[in-house]
Design a protein around this ligand. Sequence first.
Ligand SMILES: Nc1ncnc2c1ncn2[C@@H]1O[C@H](COP(=O)(O)OP(=O)(O)O)[C@@H](O)[C@H]1O
Ligand SMILES: [Mg+2]
Length: 418
Amino acid sequence: MRLLPALRALSATMPIVLLTGYGTVDLAVRAVKIGADDVLTKPVPMSAILERVRSLLGPGAALGTRDSGTHKLPRAAAIAKGGVLDPAERLLGESPAMRALHRQLRALHDADCPVLVLGETGTGKGVVARVLHDLGPRAPRPFVDVNCAVLSRELFESELFGHARGAFTGAHARKTGLFESAEGGTLFLDEIGDVDPMVQPKLLKAIEDRRFRRVGEVEDRTVDVRLLAATHHDLLEATRTRTFRGDLFYRISTISIDVPPLREREMDVVLLARAFLSTASERYRRPGLRFHPSAELALLAHRWPGNVRELRNVVDRAALLTEGEVVGVDAIRLDRAQTSDAAASTMSPAAMAASTPTSTLQDVERSHVETVLVDEGWDVGRAARRLGIARSTLYVKIKTFRLMSPRARAAASNDRLR
Ligand SMILES: Nc1ncnc2c1ncn2[C@@H]1O[C@H](COP(=O)(O)OP(=O)(O)O)[C@@H](O)[C@H]1O
Ligand SMILES: [Mg+2]
């Protein structure tokens, strides 16, 4: 049971089956919640094990062909067992901010109200919306996801509400709108802040009265959908500048969820990177791919303006650029302007001395980190601030570089003497 979450963190898609001599329903439900696909109770005939493994690896479930983002298998198993999907399964992260988000999502598990998801681009708003749907009472019904930012005003109307045949030039056949496709389920309006102000009243009516009209028709139709929306805009500010209607804003923002940017949850960077590397290693059929510590340090030092999406792309590219199994720092292609270049801006004499052409970047970094730590009397908080990194990052660096405070060194030599 303790190994399970760690295995799940390695790969979101790898099927995991638990075998136990002490099977209880409670154990099975807990195991499925934290990532098992199935729990078998001994004695199990070998044929039954084989059958289970085959079905888990069967059509559509073969390793490497499944999209890790959707993570279907454990969900199906969870539902079959009457268990509940845990948001932490798909929204990876162990930082306090992420844990708080998991708690918030768990608390909303049987809610059926509109939810507005806020956060920068690439933070995981889409994943949050999907989790909200999958946790909720409408989970077995459709989840329809629309990116409002790419729809012009005309297109928005006909896409969302549908149109009659001949309603406009090019409308050769009648068309069902996305509101209707989502009947009974969830309609997720992504980038709702980009909806043209001219169509906002129609959208409000559809949400408020659950009625809408296909373009070119005269009869209203009714729908029953739950509305989820997301945006990276400051909608309240947009209501002030009149680019977003206040009544629509208040209608969709009963509950809002903030998804924190990646730079505010630095301790998730390596965890996410490893999970994405493991997915890439399955997808590109490159077993055993792993990071060199210097690569992880480089990831930690970056500012991540594009958040998790950017991290995922960087890791994917690194996997493709790597020839052996170890992903080195040279495979990590970052936007250099976004890397906190503490070493360059506040370089101490010691670090300068270390930066002769023969020393590697890592040597320079190690030396600089040590200089600052010594300078600050090994006060990790102050040293981290001066280095412009999080304390957690500094701890990782201390460990990776095997730096030792005088006290730790004394303790170690005492141990040796004893
Ligand atoms: N916490 C997370 N755990 C695992 N994958 C994540 C997480 N957050 C984001 N992702 C992945 O990062 C990418 C961007 O997320 P997305 O939900 O599309 O961001 P947004 O909608 O905020 O722009 C997607 O591939 C998504 O699966
Ligand atoms: Mg999105």
